[in-house]
Each structure stands twice: as C-alpha cells, then as structure tokens.
Design a protein around this ligand. Structure first.
Ligand SMILES: Nc1nc2c(c(=O)[nH]1)N[C@H]1C(S)=C(S)[C@@H](COP(=O)(O)OP(=O)(O)OC[C@H]3O[C@@H](n4cnc5c(=O)[nH]c(N)nc54)[C@H](O)[C@@H]3O)O[C@H]1N2
Ligand SMILES: Nc1nc2c(c(=O)[nH]1)N[C@H]1C(S)=C(S)[C@@H](COP(=O)(O)OP(=O)(O)OC[C@H]3O[C@@H](n4cnc5c(=O)[nH]c(N)nc54)[C@H](O)[C@@H]3O)O[C@H]1N2
Ligand SMILES: [Mo]
Length: 766
C-alpha cells in the first residue's frame, strides 16, 4: 500500500459495504498462506518482515508477539507457520513512520475521528511526543524532559496511590520486573494489567481449586491425552499454532470436544499450510463432538457432564471415578455429589442449550479417556460467574483424577505473549506477601503492602478523581477496556497520561489533560545498551521461560527499550530517594536477571539456565500433586447454576475477535473464516431471533445494552444471520466495548463481563 493510500481509509466501518459470505468449514490451508503474503506485501516493511520471520520462535531469534502458545522443544527445522504471527510481525516491521511532522499535520481532535484500523496503518512511532494542556497538537519532547515531566507530576501527587501503572502483556520479564520495582519503590501497588480483563478469572479459580493460578500441562501432555476439551476458545484465529497440536492429537485418535456457541472453522477441520496435503484441501477433522453451548451456558453444561459421570458411577460402582485420587488428594467431593444430585436435568439442558444425549456423549468421551486435558480462553473467563464456571471444569477433571499426571490437566490458553511472565515478575495489584517480602529483603526499601487497584477499579478511581496519573506500559487503555465512553471521560480528568507504545492507537487521542507518547523498541528489533546487544526473556502459557532476541535495526534511533524507559522514569521520579542504580542495571540485562533470580521463586541461576536455547520450565506444585490451597488438597467446588435472566426481547451478546485483528490492533476488515469482509460493525444472530423481531438478514440496527437501569447504544450495525444458539448474539471487540458496562464484572476476579451483555436491537431509524 502506498503511503497516501492508507491516509484515505477513513470510515473503515461503513456497514452498508460489508460483504457476507458462507462461513468456512475448515481453517488453515492455502487461504492462510495467501492471506499472510498479502499482509507482508501490504506495507513496504516486506523485506524487514520477511527476513525477521526466519528467526521467529527459533533459538537465537525473537519470541513471536502473536500469542503465548509454546514452541515445541524438539529440533525446529523451520518456523512453525502461523498466519497471525506473520501479521503481527508485518505490523511491527512497518517502514512507515509517525513522527513530529505527522503530529504537526494531524490534530488530536482529528485523530479521535479515526478508527483503530487507520491509526495502526500510519506506521511506527519514532520519537517522544508531548501534548500540553489546552494544546491541539502533540509536539516533540526530549527523553530527558519527558522523564522530568513524569517525575514532577508523580511527585506532586498527595499520595503515590493517586497514580496507576498499567501493563499490557507484551512486556518482557526484565522490563516488567523493573517496572513493578519502580512502582513499589514509588509507593503503590496500583499495577493493573490486561490480565485483569483476560485470564484473571482463571488465575482466581485455579488458585482456590488447585493452589496454582496457572496451567498444569506441557506440550508433551498433549501427545499423550486421549481427550481434549476446547472450551470457549477460537484457536484457528487466536492460537493458530495450537492447531498443529490438535491436528496431531486428532490423527492419533484423541477425541476433541469443542464447546462454543459458534461453529468456528478450526474446531471443525484444519489443513496444515506447511503440509502439501493441506494445500490439496484434505483437512483433518478436529472435533469428535461439537457442543453449541448457549452464551454463558458452560456452568450448566459442566455440571451436567459431572452429573452424568456420577450417574455412570452409580450404575457401575468403582469403575468410573478415580476413588483413590479423590480420597487422597481432594476435599469437597460429597458436597458436590449431593448438589449435583439435586440439579434437574431439564434446567441443565435449558441453561446450556445442549440436549441430554449430547451431554451424555461428552461424559462418554471423558469416561473412555485415560488422560483428559481441558483448554479454555475468553469464552469462559469474561462472565459474571466465570470463576465458578472454571471451577466446574476443574471439578470435572478431578472426578477422574485428571490433574497432576502425564497427559492430563488444566490449560488456560493465555493471550498476550508474555502476560503470564509479567505476573510472575510481580505485575499484580495483589502480589502475595512472600513476594513483597523478598523484594524488600533484596532492595531494602519499605514495600507497600495494601492491595492496589486493578483495571476496572483504576477507571472507577479516575472517575472519582482519585487517580490522577496513568502510566501505561503498552496496550490500549481506551479501546481494550469496557465502557469506552466512560473511560474516555475518566481519562480526560487525569492530570497526565503516559503511553509507552510502538504504534498509534486511540489511547493516544483520548488522553489526560497532559499526555506523553514514549516510543519503544518492538520484539523484532535489536536492543543495544552501552554498545552491547541485549536479549530479554518471556514465559509462555506452559511456564517455559526462554530468551527473545530481535535482529532488525530499530525503526528509529530515538527509540528506547522498555527497561531503559522504566529506568529513566525511576531516576527522574525517585531522585535521591532511591539506592537502586537504575541506569547501571539497564546497561546489561544480566544484572536485572540476577535480581529476578534472587527474588522470584524458580529463577535460580537464571542467567545460566536461560542461555540454553529451549529455556527452562518453572516449577508447578499442582503438576506434582502438591496442593497449595487452604485445605492442602485439591478442592471440589459447589456453586449455583448461575442462570442469566433475560427478558423476552433481549439477546445475550458475546464479544469476540475477528481473524484480522490483534486485540485492539486491526490488521484488516475481513474475518475470513466467518465469511465477513470489508467491515466490522456486524451482529451475528440466529435466524429465528431475526425473524421474531420482524427484521431481515443484512438489516442495519442499533444495539442497546441494559444494566441496572442504564442503557448504552451503538449505531448502524449490520445483521448477519449465523449459526448461533437462539437468544444469543455476537459482535466484535473493541467496536462493541461501548456496550460493556464498567460495573458489570465477574465475581471475585473483577473481570469485565465482555462475553455476556444483555442487549436489545432495533432497526435504524430512517
Ligand atoms: N490473531 C490473534 N491472536 C490473539 C489475539 C487476537 O486478538 N488476535 N488475542 C490474544 C489474547 S490477549 C487472548 S486473551 C486470546 C483470546 O483468544 P480467544 O479466547 O479464542 O478469543 P475470543 O475471540 O475472545 O474468543 C472466544 C471464543 O469463545 C467463544 N465464546 C463466546 N462466548 C462464549 C461462551 O459463553 N461460552 C463458550 N463456551 N464460548 C464462548 C467465541 O465464539 C469464540 O470462539 O488470543 C490471543 N491471540
Ligand atoms: N469487549 C471485549 N473487551 C476486551 C476483550 C474481549 O474479548 N472483549 N479482551 C480483553 C483481553 S483478553 C485483553 S488481553 C485486553 C487487551 O488489552 P491491551 O493489551 O491493553 O490491548 P492491545 O490491543 O493488545 O494493545 C495494543 C497496543 O500495544 C502497543 N504495543 C504493541 N507491541 C508493543 C510492545 O512491544 N511494547 C509496547 N510498550 N507497546 C506495544 C501498541 O501501541 C498497540 O496499539 O483487552 C480486553 N478487552
Ligand atoms: Mo487477553
């Protein structure tokens, strides 16, 4: 695409020009290759991107910024292919630049009119920019002045708790460790992160149930499993490399059960783009059983599967449950059994939308399997009762001892490539005391102990005027958060907002009274400190820690690494108050790793062990059947059915990702597998629900959400008739975020309920 062409993309979302075709029945294949090549060619970054792809996920190369699915540890003859990895790399390696002249030309007001898609197309941010209160345009600022400004705003606060420090999940372990260290020495635990909107419910549920807030399986377990449940997850789009694992499993006869309101293409069949057979169009069927659960119906479904398992045990005592495991390793079985007995099959089927025979079929697969793994993602975590739903999945596994042995366990499939590592490094508003004490011992300052604010609470505190400065290490605080309009107004009340970013997004246009953009190096780029090349480390979804090293020249000589930016902010803010030699630490990241080794469990000899090309695995007590829970055992959990009450005219809306986006980064306007092209303002609905409202496929409608008497509306969306259970609807994140109420959150995890929003729809007034 030529420079000026991209500038013409303005209203990328005219629903009248959106084209709808039949959804695909298979993922991957030639289409994936063609689409990847198109993305590499779409930007003059082609060569930069193509060259860097050769080192993606290779020892000595960089960790793919696409997702947190692990790399196979065996010899890797070539990069594991992933269409979305290609898009992520092409996006970062863009040759276009957004610098002083761009900002002189485009006022902040004009940037607000642009879509995320357009903003992302403009290229890489390449110098620090400052927006002074009352100004219409950003202007350049030196790094030193930017740091001084942050320092003076932070030091002017009445309390450190008036600032909040957000992290998105691409931040390396080294940057994350330094960042939380600075924030805690500054004096607060206000460390919200994207995880608060993502897998927080998984962490909370698993910590209570099995004592570890992370997954317990490794890739090797997938090679042994004979049943894999893929729940509320769309791996074809969001974790494409997982499809190779699922394909191998399916081919050796492992049963895959998919639980999803939408028949996602990859859950049906997969054609490996790197295998000639795939190119010929012979896909591997993936799911043995597909259960089109109602949105929010997973609790009922898993209670149903557990009930069916118990009924089989009653009929054939001693043959179905793992009694030895239950007796030795768990508590709460009899309470669960008693509750499941009282639950009525009709209610379970109505709530889940799944007929009894299909629930029995899922139980059948689980009973025949010796080794079962449950994988899940956002389809489970973003509900009001998400924590309980995930605990229902854990109950299901515990019944047959499917935890802490090879081929079995839990696999919350993480999103951002280092979101799990950031947590391990202390990016958490409620970090446990043992960590805080270790930090205190190592660095000798009084570490604050009061819990800090998470993402939703940070926004609420901004609304009340109690948070006045927001610093964001990556991410898009405006579009990724719920309740877009409320967040924009909350941010506008802040004294200062700071975004450390690689590319432009709407968080740079909706700011505090003063705003800074600090441009940083991306994953693909060389990081030199003091002339020496540095590498960083990340932790994947399966707790493997390994190095990541970029090989491209930075997009601009003015970029700084995230650790260097933290050091700059820390020095300018803490001044004489700190004894930590920030600037010396960032000259050699080994020094940061030595501190990590001393503070974070499992990182002994970090510098030595991370130099092994495949990295090392962090310890996981639950994997060894040691249960760090309140009772010292794995916990069966009893919870209510949690039915969602819906008025007859309402639909339960779930928000999801298209095949052409990375969270709020929009790569293009197509959703290839679901048959949508040229637009994103679409609402997927069941034919019967469309007809019941006197509407037709393709009609333009307004969507209104309803929560505690308050209504929120988005306008001019196109109806797409789709295979989705009656009473449910789906639309894309982040366009639908204005509908998600800030106060509508999951119990215990405080995660926005982005997968369950009650809406009504009405035709657009003409
Ligand atoms: N290419 C690409 N890769 C990504 C991302 C991206 O945006 N683009 N994002 C990354 C991040 S941060 C994350 S967290 C992951 C997200 O990965 P996913 O969780 O796969 O992403 P979502 O699109 O939110 O999809 C959730 C799936 O859940 C289904 N679903 C919706 N509601 C329900 C429900 O009530 N019950 C059940 N059982 N299913 C439901 C949807 O139909 C959809 O298939 O992907 C990561 N990888
Ligand atoms: N309605 C709805 N809302 C959701 C979700 C949903 O399913 N539905 N999903 C939620 C989930 S799972 C998540 S994880 C959040 C995502 O929330 P965030 O992580 O905040 O959002 P992203 O869109 O991933 O952030 C993209 C921006 O990060 C910056 N960036 C990219 N790479 C780098 C880097 O290497 N360093 C730095 N410093 N910056 C970089 C770029 O400027 C880019 O514009 O959104 C949540 N919001
Ligand atoms: Mo996420």
């Amino acid at each position: 695409m030529k420079e000026h062409e991209s500038l013409q993309v303005r209203d990328s979302d005219d629903p009248t020009t959106t084209v709808v075709q039949a959804p695909k029945r298979s993922a991957g294949g030639l289409g994936a290759l063609v689409s990847s090549m198109r993305h590499l060619k779409s930007d003059p970054g082609l060569l930069r991107g193509a060259r860097s792809l050769l080192t993606i996920n290779q020892p000595g190369g960089f960790d793919c910024p696409g997702c947190a699915w692990p790399e196979p540890t065996a010899a890797r003859p070539m990069a594991e292919f992933c269409e979305n990895g290609v898009k992520a790399v092409a996006w970062e390696t863009s040759k276009k630049r957004v610098g002083a002249s761009f900002f002189a030309e485009h006022s902040v007001a004009s940037l607000r009119e642009q879509s995320e898609y357009w903003l992302g197309l403009q290229g890489r941010l390449c110098e620090p920019m400052f927006l002074e209160q009352g100004d219409t345009h950003y202007r350049p600022i030196s790094w030193e002045n930017a740091f001084a400004l942050i320092g003076s705003e932070l030091n002017a606060l009445t309390s450190p708790d008036e600032a909040s420090f957000y992290t998105s999940g691409r931040t390396s372990n080294e940057a994350a460790f330094l960042y939380q260290l600075f924030v805690r020495e500054f004096g607060t635990n206000n460390l919200p992160d994207c995880s608060n909107m993502c897998h927080e419910s998984s962490g909370t549920a698993l910590k209570e149930s099995i004592g570890v807030g992370k997954g317990t399986v490794s890739l090797d377990d997938f090679a042994i499993a004979d049943a894999i449940f893929v729940i509320g997850q769309n791996p074809g789009t969001n974790h494409p490399r997982m499809l190779t694992t699922l394909q191998e499993a399916a081919e050796r006869g492992c049963k895959i059960v998919s639980i999803n309101p939408l028949p996602e293409a990859a859950l049906l069949s997969f054609e490996h783009p790197q295998q000639p057979l795939g190119l010929m169009g012979h896909g591997t069927p993936i799911s043995s059983l597909f259960l089109p659960v109602k949105v929010g119906g997973d609790a009922a479904l898993f209670k149903g599967i557990a009930k069916a398992i118990l009924e089989r045990e009653e009929r054939n005592p001693g043959t179905v449950l793992d009694h030895t495991f239950i007796a030795r390793h768990t508590v709460g079985f009899s309470e669960l059994e008693a509750q499941l007995r009282t639950l009525d099959w009709k209610a379970l089927c109505d709530d889940s939308g799944i007929p009894r025979e299909s629930i029995e079929a899922a139980a059948d697969i689980a009973i025949k399997a010796r080794h079962t793994i449950a994988c899940w993602a956002m389809g489970l975590t973003q509900h009001e009762n998400a924590v309980a739903i995930i605990q229902d999945v854990v109950n299901f596994l515990l019944l047959r001892g499917n935890l802490g042995r090879p081929g079995a366990g839990v696999c919350p499939v993480r999103g951002h490539s280092n979101v799990q590592g950031d947590r391990t490094m202390g990016i958490y508003e409620k970090m446990p005391d043992v960590f805080l004490s270790a930090l205190e011992r190592r660095f000798g300052f009084a570490v604050p102990r009061a819990h800090g604010l998470d993402t939703v609470d940070t926004i609420a505190a901004m609304q009340r005027g109690q948070v006045k400065v927001l610093v964001a290490m990556g991410g898009n605080f405006v579009s990724a958060t719920p309740d877009t309009d409320a967040v924009q107004s909350a941010l506008a009340q802040c004294r200062l907002t700071v975004q450390v970013s690689t590319k432009l997004n709407r968080a740079h246009a909706f700011t505090g009274q003063r705003a800074l953009i600090l441009p940083c190096l991306g994953r693909t780029e060389r990081d030199r400190q003091d002339g020496d090349e540095q590498f960083v480390t990340v932790e994947d979804s399966m707790s493997v820690v390994h190095a990541s090293r970029g090989h491209l020249e930075p997009a601009s000589s003015l970029l700084r690494s995230e650790p260097a930016i933290v050091a700059g902010i820390a020095t300018a803010t803490l001044g004489e108050r700190t004894r930590i030699p920030w600037n010396t630490l960032v000259l050699n990241y080994d020094r940061i790793r030595d501190h990590i080794a001393a503070v974070v469990p499992g990182f002994q000899n970090f510098n030595e062990r991370v130099r092994v090309p495949t990295g090392f695995v962090l310890p996981n007590a639950a994997r060894d059947r040691r249960w760090d829970t309140a009772s010292g055992r794995a916990q069966f959990t009893v919870s209510e059915l949690g039915s969602i009450e819906r008025q007859p005219d309402q639909l339960l809306l779930t928000t999801l990702r298209s095949h052409d986006q990375y969270n709020t980064t929009i790569y293009g306007l197509d959703d290839r597998y679901r048959g949508i092209s040229g637009g994103r303002k679409v609402v997927f609905m069941n034919a019967a629900d469309i007809a019941a409202r006197g509407l037709a496929n393709g009609d333009l409608v307004d969507l209104t959400s309803h929560f505690r008497g308050k209504q929120r509306t988005v306008q001019r969306w196109k109806i797409v008739e789709y295979s989705i259970p009656q009473g449910c609807a789906a639309a894309y994140f982040p366009e639908a975020n204005p509908l998600v109420p800030l106060e509508s959150v999951a119990k215990k995890s405080n995660t926005p309920t982005s997968k369950a929003i009650l809406i009504t729809i009405r035709p657009v007034a003409v």
